[in-house]
Each structure stands twice: as C-alpha cells, then as structure tokens.
Write a protein that binds this ligand. Structure first.
Ligand SMILES: C[S@@+](CC[C@H](N)C(=O)[O-])C[C@H]1O[C@@H](n2cnc3c(N)ncnc32)[C@H](O)[C@@H]1O
Length: 291
C-alpha cells in the first residue's frame, strides 16, 4: 500500500472512531441511542452538520452538546432527519382510504399509532382522512417521536403558511374534495391546524430503539424512519409493531421500507405492494405471537 493510501485509510479509521465516540457520548450523556442506525447515513449527517456549523472535530461536538441545549437540539434534528410533509406520497393515503377504512368502520373505537411523526404533518393528514370518512370522532391517534423540538411544534399544530400550497396539491392528489385551507386557521407566517383535528392526537415521546408496546393499535404508520436503521434494528422494530397490532390491524411503511424477508413477514398480507400497506393476518383466539 502506498503512503498516500495508508494515510487515507488511517483518516477513514479515525473518522469512524470519532463517529463511534460521538454516538456513545450521545447515549451516555443524553440518552439518545443512534448506535444501531445505519453508519453511512449517520456519518453523512454528522459531516453535513460539521460543515454547516463550521466545526472541524468531533470532540468539539461532544463538548458543545454537553453544555449547550440548543446545540444538542440542532444536532439531534440533523441526525434524526426531520423531513416530512402533509399527504406525503398521496397515493399511500388513497390506498389506506380504499383498502383499510371499510374494515375499520365496523369497530366502535380506533387506535392509530404514527411512529416517527416528526412535526406532525402525517398525523394531521391521517386525522383529515379519518374525519372525511366519519371515523375521527371514535379515533385516538398517538403520534410519537424522539425529537422534543419536533414534538413541541407538532403539539402546537403549527404549519408554515408557505407550505400550504404544496400540501393542498398533495391533498387533491390523494383525492381530497374539500377546501384544504378550511382545516387551518391561516395567518401570514404560521397556520394552525383546527382544534377538532388536533384534539384527537396525542403527541408524545417514544423511542423505537428501546421503548416497548404502549397499547393495542388498529393502525400503525411508520414511514421513512426505519430506512435509517441497521437491518437488525429494523427487525426489532418490526417485532414491536407486530406485538402492538390488533388482529387484522393495518401497517404502513415508507416506500423504501418493507416486510420482505423480515421475521414477521408471514404474519401479514400485502394490501397494496407499491404503497407498503399491509394487514396483519387474523390471530386465532389463544394463539401466541411468534416472530
Ligand atoms: C424523515 S422523518 C419521517 C416523518 C414522517 N413519518 C414522514 O414520513 O413524513 C423521520 C422521523 O423519525 C424520527 N425518529 C428517528 N429515530 C427514531 C426512533 N428511534 N424512535 C422514534 N422516532 C424516531 C425522527 O426524529 C424523525 O422525526
């Protein structure tokens, strides 16, 4: 190996060790466990963060995160990826409406879990879908995330007004027929989701890495979250979803996520392959869950 190659291999090793140290520090000092997230994606995000805030070594990130809460929040947002939108990938919501709502309509009450809800847009979208199908009144939506800043925004029901145009387009692509803006109190900069939608949603902290089942759900949406996890962590989270779903409950994953070849695949039927919409098979009374 040439001396240039040796130096760059050493550099890569040092960078890898730095990331590992940062992840251990985030866990030990702050309780955020990103150790089982895909290392390539974490490394990209940490480097982007360093570029954005002109930081040139990982030790400085660890140090600043310990003494500066705002800095820590920025770092967590960068690493956990907060991108979302209302009616993101509109065909998923149409598939859910067309393939799941009929079965759900016969239930006296419904529990929906949005895992990895970011700033709430997905939860607001589902609340609208359920409202338009006459099911919202009997539904409790639990929307969870690890990011306290996102959860705070979500529970205030705030949407940046500049985003409403795009969300309206998504809503119409989903097949929505109403005046989308009527679901908001629209102000110049920030708009607020109407109270009758917001009050059906409980935003709360839940970490898919180490928190357990918190109720039997009829529907679980977890989109664009597991994509950042290692295959082993994905397996663990899918087992948690299986354990959390009622018999014949519905599970929706992101477009790049799947149950294919997972340990729980045989417990589900595919309702709409392209939309990653699945239904748990009927659980016979007395049967036990085996992943
Ligand atoms: C890219 S956003 C996806 C938001 C939304 N589900 C969507 O598809 O528009 C990923 C979200 O997952 C959250 N997240 C990441 N790791 C998590 C974990 N271990 N437990 C719960 N949420 C997590 C992030 O904080 C972020 O809000």
């Amino acid at each position: 190996m040439s001396s240039t190659n040796t130096a760059s291999a050493l550099d890569a090793d040092l960078r890898e060790t730095g990331i590992a140290l940062l992840l251990e520090a985030l866990y030990a000092h702050h309780g955020y466990d990103f150790r089982e997230y895909s290392r390539a994606s974490i490394t990209r995000r940490v480097h982007a963060f360093m570029g954005k805030y002109r930081i040139d070594n990982i030790g400085e990130i660890i140090e600043r995160a310990r003494r500066d809460k705002t800095f820590l929040a920025l770092l967590i947002s960068e690493i956990s990826v907060t991108v979302t939108e209302m009616f993101r990938q509109p065909s998923v919501f149409s598939a859910f409406r067309d393939h799941a709502l009929h079965a759900l309509a016969s239930k006296p009450s419904l529990k929906v879990w949005i895992a990895g809800c970011a700033t709430g847009e997905e939860a607001f979208s589902l609340a609208i879908v359920l409202e338009e199908s006459g099911l919202l009144e009997r539904t409790q939506i639990y929307a969870t995330d690890i990011n306290p800043v996102s959860l705070d925004n979500a529970s205030r029901g705030i949407i940046h007004t500049s985003k409403l145009k795009r969300y309206t387009t998504n809503y119409h692509e989903y097949g929505g027929k109403r005046d989308f803006c009527s679901y908001f109190i629209v102000r110049e900069e920030a708009s607020f989701i109407e109270a009758f939608l917001k009050e059906r949603i409980l935003f709360t902290s839940h970490n898919l890495v180490h928190d357990g089942v918190f109720g039997e759900m009829d529907v679980i949406f977890c989109r664009n979250v597991m994509i950042y996890f290692t295959p082993e962590l994905q397996e663990k989270v899918l087992a948690l979803f299986l354990e959390s779903l009622s018999s014949e409950g519905f599970l929706c994953l992101g477009s790049k996520e799947s149950l294919y070849l997972s340990g729980v695949e045989h417990h589900f039927q595919i309702l709409k392959q392209g939309e990653k919409l699945y239904r748990r098979k009927k659980v016979e009374q007395g049967a036990h869950y085996v992943a």
